[in-house]
Design a protein around this ligand. Structure first.
Ligand SMILES: Nc1nc2c(c(=O)[nH]1)N[C@H]1C(S)=C(S)[C@@H](COP(=O)(O)OP(=O)(O)OC[C@H]3O[C@@H](n4cnc5c(N)ncnc54)[C@H](O)[C@@H]3O)O[C@H]1N2
Ligand code: MOO
Length: 400
């Protein structure tokens, strides 16, 4: 038996981050920055009006009437200037004219209207330095807007665009081939003959990859034949960044993934595919290593819930390393509504439904209960060396 930690650290050791490429900002959502993004411009790029109103100078100001000598709208490209005794009508987002030191909102003088008066009358002195957004009060050109390692969410895309950048550097997205093995498998939706089941692992693996931004380039079903599996791997091995097999990872006579991959010869035995029992349930039989062409290969057990757990614990961290992201899942603690009894020698994972108050209801747990995955919001995790968690006790939770 090997430990979950040993197996995962071997996976992360053998996987390398993918090459960095420049991508347009509108394709970068969900990717991780491989380089800092710095502001191309000061933001705001010039002093700008925060209100519709009048720009004036309070130097040598006296109460009374001022002529409105110009109108400055957002998008006004000419640099303007005003002197004492003069006002400029100005719109929100327009450049403040040189000489102005405050903006007086139009409500100070008249009802909001689109007709601009030719003069405005002051019956008291307005406040100085108001309603002007100073040049660079948000950021200055050259400052870091989003640092290398940032996982790009919509807010980052908005901030990067605002500071004048149209493309970013990220790791190329992984291309992954998915191979389901088993004579019993048919396409989902096909009427089942006795002994047949729908191939649910390939859609599960593909959806998991796509949710990470990786590309499921091939989804191939292979019968329990060593020759077919060898042929399929040979066809895809050179055009993908990883291969994920499900089924046939265990020790039975028809467990061809284990049989075929274990026979691969590797110059460096450290990189060879190794099969073994990992101290995790579900998902005990696991294989991982590099193919002779150097492509990382995960050979996962066939049971759908075992695949689901294996994806969370062993595959997603590897894909994230390729994407130059932090590999480990974010977890937090929740309260279990039911007592959990777990084996003392294993990492035990259970599908569970967790509500808005962080209270977890474990779902029936067995690695063939594929339909139960639909009710899960995530996985509960009880580590080895304890034999359970009492009702109302806290337990680690991996949200989906
Ligand atoms: N003698 C032993 N038998 C088994 C052991 C063991 O240690 N000794 N381990 C058990 C455990 S734990 C697991 S998990 C399974 C893993 O077996 P395999 O990886 O060899 O998977 P298969 O036998 O091919 O399939 C297991 C199960 O999953 C169903 N399956 C397979 N592929 C799919 C798919 N694409 N979509 C949906 N369902 C799939 C398959 O029909 C089987 O019911 O081995 C135990 N046995
Ligand atoms: O560990 Mo198996 O993975 O029980 O389903």
């Amino acid at each position: 038996m090997i430990t979950q930690e040993e197996h995962l650290s071997r996976i992360l050791h053998l996987i390398s981050p993918l090459r960095v490429t420049e991508v347009p900002l509108n394709e970068a959502l969900g990717q991780t920055l491989a380089a800092n993004v710095t502001a191309s411009v000061d933001l705001p790029p010039w002093d700008s009006a925060a209100m519709d109103g009048y720009a004036i100078s309070l130097q040598d100001f006296t109460l009374g009437t001022l002529p409105v000598t110009k109108t400055i709208a957002a998008g006004h490209r000419q640099k303007e200037k005003i002197g004492p005794g003069e006002a400029a009508a100005i719109m929100t987002g327009a450049p403040v004219p040189e000489g102005a030191d405050t903006i007086v909102p139009l409500e100070f003088f008249h009802e909001p209207t689109q007709d601009l008066p030719t003069e405005i009358t002051f019956d008291h002195v307005p406040e100085a330095n108001r309603h002007i957004r100073k040049r660079a009060d948000d950021t200055t050109a050259g400052s870091i807007v989003a640092a290398a390692g940032t996982f790009l969410r919509p807010n980052h895309i908005g901030a990067i665009a605002a500071t004048g950048t149209a493309s970013v550097y990220t790791a190329r997205q992984p291309r992954v081939a998915i191979i389901s093995t088993g004579d019993e498998l048919v396409s989902p939706g096909t009427p089942l003959e006795h002994g047949q089941i729908p191939d649910s692992n390939a859609p599960l693996v593909a959806a998991t990859l796509e949710s990470l931004g990786a590309e499921a380039t091939h989804q191939v079903r292979v019968r329990d034949s060593a020759a077919s599996l060898e042929h399929t791997i040979a066809q895809v091995e050179h055009s993908v960044d990883a291969i994920i097999l499900t089924g046939g990872a265990s020790v039975g006579a028809h467990d061809i993934s284990n049989y075929v991959l274990s026979a691969w010869q590797h110059e460096d035995p450290e990189q060879a595919i190794r099969f073994g029992e990992v101290n995790i349930r579900p998902g005990k039989p696991q294989g991982f290593g590099l193919s002779p062409a150097g492509t990382p290969v995960w050979s996962l057990p066939g049971n759908p819930v075992a695949v689901f757990v294996s994806l969370q614990i062993f595959v997603i961290p590897g894909i994230k390393k390729m994407q130059r992201q932090a590999p480990h899942p974010r977890t937090h603690h929740v309260v279990t509504t039911k007592e959990l009894r777990t084996p003392k020698d294993l990492h035990y994972y259970m599908l569970a439904t967790v509500d808005d108050n962080d209270r977890a209801t474990p779902l029936p747990s067995n690695s063939h209960l594929a339909a139960k995955m639909a009710q899960a919001t995530g996985l509960l995790h009880v580590p080895p060396n304890v034999d359970g968690v009492p009702a109302e006790g806290t337990v680690e939770y991996i949200p989906l």
